[in-house]
Design a protein around this ligand. Structure first.
Ligand code: AMP
Ligand code: ZN
Length: 469
């Protein structure tokens, strides 16, 4: 039985899905105005691992994660560059997908874009107005927070404390609110901003309504798990609950999971402090598998400090696993006997305990740190038992066990010489751009790099094709 720490109840609870054998999971995705930073990568890696483990347990997982592609920060960047907001968001969604591939994060079942779901948002806002939970003033629509009696249940905040804190925070133009606690569902357009036509005038949706709508459209009114970083608990997720539950009258998400923050040199990593790394920067120095491994070495609810030393330690640790896999493959290739002996059968049976240890750790609120410890116990065991003179079957079976456990964590056990498809395509694109810019030296360099990795390019009339030699 999987147990999940639920932010809603502040307790670990048995995971019981709404529908047997199925998991409906929604995770708030990034706002796409720049390359993602390694903090954004943490929820991506964590929830990709949750999904993989659920699938390992036999669940069919419908996993939805959005891209927020309309936002002040996107508009600001577009204005700085003199391009459209859409160009900015499209560019960084593509870049984000490349980073995800490098970290071996599988694409979600659906990655909806906020800008493609505006009709649904208008419908939900109209519904909320109809039910008395929202009101329009001068082109802005607000949610009537106090009308939703359970407001505060996720962040465990008391409305009166919030009210006291809010009084000093009143921003100009907000006097039109009935209550300082009310939040925006729809805002009127400003000059030079993207907008959509709505019953309340031209404008755009507030951020919170996006997730309520996309979650409902792709997963239904009730979902099993909703996730994101802990900074989203309040107000984003609290507001999502208010919107969704006010609309449907039923519980929105049964389990709320939040990852803790990634810090740098023990300080909060943030764009405003300037102390952050993008995933792309890290990829210049390290294989992104190492970043993934580094993240999974900590429990997702523990704050995690990023440092060069810890990355080096992760690199060495991951290499130990990869070397063990290589050694087992070598042993299988050079074994003199094929079949398991009786003694080896016992050895293999005994190795099953590491799988049990792994599952036990993961069942306990996805304790990846302990799960990795189980992987290392298996490495040690395989190193001692797959000795010279052993059978091919034993080496192969131990190798498979190791690869399977790593696979559940999304950790690739092959030493990275091999390029992933997305990386190859990225390099080909770069080569095309270099040729266009008449930088033939760089173009040749890329061709040779690909050749070294066993990728052969062929220039055809339809463009560049590639194959693995
Ligand atoms: P944003 O693009 O800021 O909306 O963030 C996208 C996701 O990344 C959210 O789930 C955030 O909670 C998460 N996130 C942002 N910064 C960090 C960080 N330093 N550590 C962990 N998660 C983060
Ligand atoms: Zn969200």
């Amino acid at each position: 039985m999987i147990r999940i720490y639920n932010t809603l109840t502040k307790k670990k609870e048995d995971f019981v899905p709404l529908e047997e054998g199925k998991v409906r999971m929604y995770v708030c995705g990034p706002t796409v105005y720049n390359f993602i930073h390694i903090g954004n990568a943490r929820p991506m890696i964590v929830f990709d691992t949750v999904r993989r483990y659920m699938e390992h347990k036999g669940y069919e997982v419908n996993f939805v994660s959005n891209f927020t592609d309309v936002d002040d920060k996107i508009i600001k960047k577009a204005n700085e560059e003199g391009v459209s907001a859409e160009q900015i968001s499209k560019r960084y969604i593509e870049e984000c997908k490349k980073d995800m591939e490098g970290m071996n994060i599988r694409p979600a079942t659906t990655h909806p874009l906020a800008t493609q779901e505006i009709d649904g948002m208008i419908d939900m806002i109209s519904d909320l107005i109809g039910k008395g939970y929202a009101y329009a003033v001068n082109g802005t629509v607000y949610f009537r927070t106090r009308k939703f009696e359970e407001y505060g249940k996720l962040s465990h905040k008391n409305l009166d404390d919030l009210q006291a804190g809010n009084r000093s925070l009143l921003v100009s133009g907000e006097q039109e609110k009935e209550d300082p606690l009310d939040f925006v569902l729809w805002k009127p357009k400003k000059e030079g901003e993207p907008f959509w036509v709505s019953p309340w005038g031209e404008g755009r949706p507030g951020w919170h309504i996006e997730c309520s709508v996309m979650s409902k459209k792709y997963l239904g009114e009730q979902i099993d798990i909703h996730g994101g970083g802990e900074d989203l608990v309040f107000p984003h997720h609290e507001n999502e609950i208010a919107q969704s539950e006010a609309c449907s009258g039923s519980v929105f998400s049964r389990y709320w999971m939040h990852n803790a923050f990634l810090n740098i040199d023990n300080k909060k990593m943030s764009k405003s402090l300037g102390n952050f790394f993008t995933v792309r920067e890290i990829s210049e120095k390290y294989d992104l598998q190492i970043l993934r491994f580094f993240m999974l070495n900590a429990h997702y609810r523990s704050p995690l400090n990023f440092s060069g030393e810890l990355m080096e330690a992760s690199k060495n640790a991951l290499e130990r696993i990869q070397t063990a896999v290589d050694n087992l493959k070598f042993a299988a290739d050079h074994a003199e006997t094929q079949e398991l002996t009786a003694e080896e059968q016992a050895v293999l049976k005994e190795a099953g305990r590491f799988e049990a240890q792994f599952d036990e750790a993961m069942d306990d609120d996805f304790n990846t740190a302990d799960a990795i410890a189980a992987v290392f116990d298996l490495v040690k065991y395989a190193n001692t038992h797959a000795k010279e003179g052993g059978s091919k079957a034993l080496a192969l079976a131990l190798c498979k066990k190791l690869q399977d456990l790593c696979g559940i964590l999304g950790i690739i056990t092959e030493k990275q010489g091999e390029l992933l498809d997305g990386e190859i395509e990225g390099l080909i694109e770069e080569r095309q751009a270099a040729r266009k810019a008449k930088d033939f030296a760089r173009a040749d360099e890329i061709r040779n790099l690909l050749l070294k990795k066993g990728i052969v390019l062929e220039d055809t009339r339809e463009g560049v094709k590639w194959k693995r030699a």
